[in-house]
Design a protein around this ligand. Structure first.
Ligand SMILES: Cc1cc2nc3c(=O)[nH]c(=O)nc-3n(C[C@H](O)[C@H](O)[C@H](O)COP(=O)(O)OP(=O)(O)OC[C@H]3O[C@@H](n4cnc5c(N)ncnc54)[C@H](O)[C@@H]3O)c2cc1C
Length: 454
């Protein structure tokens, strides 16, 4: 709880302030509650975050050494800094969306990039609000920090200033209030120590991604709970902008159980396109459903998760199709590797859907832009045939001290009925194959396939 809240913060109810969903609540201080399929890191201190970073660096080196750079590493951002900062950043991002909607005169508080506003519109809005002194040095400074291209505004702030630690969070997230004319903060005030901790987190991310780039190993940033996700996703996109100049090194994760998944994905795809960097995405269904629902219900905000499994599947397919269409588009314009996707799912129908759509859109396995991911020890009957047919397929390897990894694995096996059904199916298939080999005298049969992943 301590690591998720500022010592000065007071408890706020969601009904009174909708942004309170981005604040820590005692009932959900244990973030492992109702989460079986994901590892949770708890913040201890900055030294522990350094250790976690070292572990991630070692895992990148292990991938580089054992797979000749064809493998991938995965990280969790909550392991690399104080979670409270990710929550505060998430809140600031959501507040900045509301502000952008106000500027655009729109009712929907969505990402700045979708608001269709240019700098002239902003200057107009500031002039109209007669109290805003557009000439004031603070407002001029703020206008200078806007990120835009000829199509319009991309961001309200200089994110590069933040990730390069040239600016403090509290200085960056300020906007001119359209009624009072004064610059006002979008983020709760941060102590000197907290600003320092944020800088530490950015430094750790740079250390990891620059090492990954040097080792030529791709790194996937895992998606976590929705109260962290706006910050995790935004920071990952900015890291992509910096490190994905020549190929996709940094990958973001999109949880398709979220109602906003398609919107979030397309906004990021558009940003990558407009800022000319390579885009990497891992598509998952999402691992925090029960906790997300329980939290939304208890705190009284809208459930962020799709209402049914079928709607999640529809969302997954919609997101996947969008990315595949864009892959096809880039291929036509001789930029085949501009976008890379991992279909991270154990669902056979999802895998079949992907293979079918790849065929229809003429995206071949040897193009090596779409890959598949399953956990080690699970759904080999899905992974192996994919590999044998020439598709790139990866097994996620849970690693760590035995006393932490084994309970994690047994929790997954015991509490996830869906997994047990898949294990039973796999066992049946193994038995059938064994009999087939015995009957055909092919006991040591080794299937051949194109196993070169990239
Ligand atoms: C390689 C890999 C990487 C992963 N990385 C991440 C990650 O970074 N972040 C993350 O959150 N998860 C991650 N996951 C876990 C993933 O999100 C799923 O929890 C897990 O894979 C099960 O989904 P499935 O598609 O494999 O299987 P399925 O059994 O087809 O789907 C189960 C999933 O469907 C969704 N669902 C089930 N019931 C409902 C319902 N009633 N309403 C709405 N949705 C429902 C839930 O997301 C549930 O986990 C990863 C999984 C893999 C294999």
């Amino acid at each position: 709880m301590k690591s998720c809240a500022s010592p000065e913060a007071e408890a706020v109810s969601v009904q009174a302030d909708p942004m309170a969903r981005y604040q820590a609540h005692r009932e959900f201080a244990d973030r492992r509650k109702q989460v079986q399929a994901a590892r949770t890191y708890f913040y201890i201190n900055e030294a522990q975050c350094e250790k976690n970073m070292t572990t991630f660096l070692k895992s990148i080196e292990a991938v580089s050494g054992s797979t000749q750079c064809t493998g991938l590493a995965a990280i969790k951002m909550t392991a690399l800094g104080r979670p409270q900062l990710l929550m505060q950043l998430s809140e600031a991002i959501m507040r900045s969306r509301r502000y952008a909607a106000e500027l655009a005169g729109s009712a929907r508080a969505t990402d700045v990039i979708t608001q269709d506003i240019d700098v002239a519109t902003i200057e107009g809005a500031l002039k109209e609000a007669s109290s805003v002194q557009e000439e004031s040095p603070e407002v001029q400074q703020w206008l200078k920090g806007l990120t835009y291209d000829q199509k319009g505004l991309i961001h309200l702030f200089s994110w590069s200033g933040l990730i390069e630690t040239k600016m403090l969070m509290s200085d960056l997230f300020q906007v001119p209030n359209l009624t009072t004319g004064r610059m006002e903060p979008l983020i709760a005030s941060l102590t000197k120590d907290e600003e320092e901790m944020f800088k530490n987190m950015m430094r750790r991310l740079h250390t990891i991604f620059s090492h990954a780039r040097d080792c030529d190993v791709r790194v996937m940033v895992d998606a976590e709970q929705t109260y962290f996700q706006p910050a995790i996703s935004r920071l990952t996109m900015e890291m992509m902008r910096k490190y994905n100049r020549e190929k996709a090194i940094v990958f973001n994760t999109y949880q398709c159980y979220l109602r906003d998944a398609y919107h979030n994905l397309t906004v990021d795809l558009d940003q990558a396109d407009r800022q000319h960097f390579f885009f990497g995405a891992k598509l998952v269904r999402g691992a925090y459903m029960e906790q997300e629902r329980a939290r939304a219900e208890m705190l009284g905000y809208d459930d962020p998760v799709n209402p049914t499994f079928e709607r999640t599947t529809e969302m997954y397919e919609r997101c996947l199709l969008e990315t595949l269409r864009r892959v096809q588009h880039y291929k036509q314009y001789a930029q085949p590797k501009k976008l890379a996707i991992m279909v991270a799912s154990h669902n056979e129908d999802t895998v079949r859907f992907t293979v079918q759509k790849m065929k229809e859109l003429n995206i071949r396995p040897e193009d090596k832009v779409v890959c598949f991911g399953q956990l080690l020890g699970m759904c080999d009957h899905v992974s192996f045939p994919l590999g044998q047919a020439g598709y790139s397929v990866y097994k996620y390897v849970p690693y760590g001290p035995v006393d932490e990894v084994l309970p994690y694995l047994s929790r997954r096996a015991q509490e996830n009925k869906g997994i047990l059904v898949k294990v039973a199916k796999e066992r049946g298939m193994l038995r059938a194959e064994l009999f087939r080999r015995l009957a055909s005298g092919q006991l040591w049969y080794t299937p051949n396939g194109n196993y070169t992943p990239v």
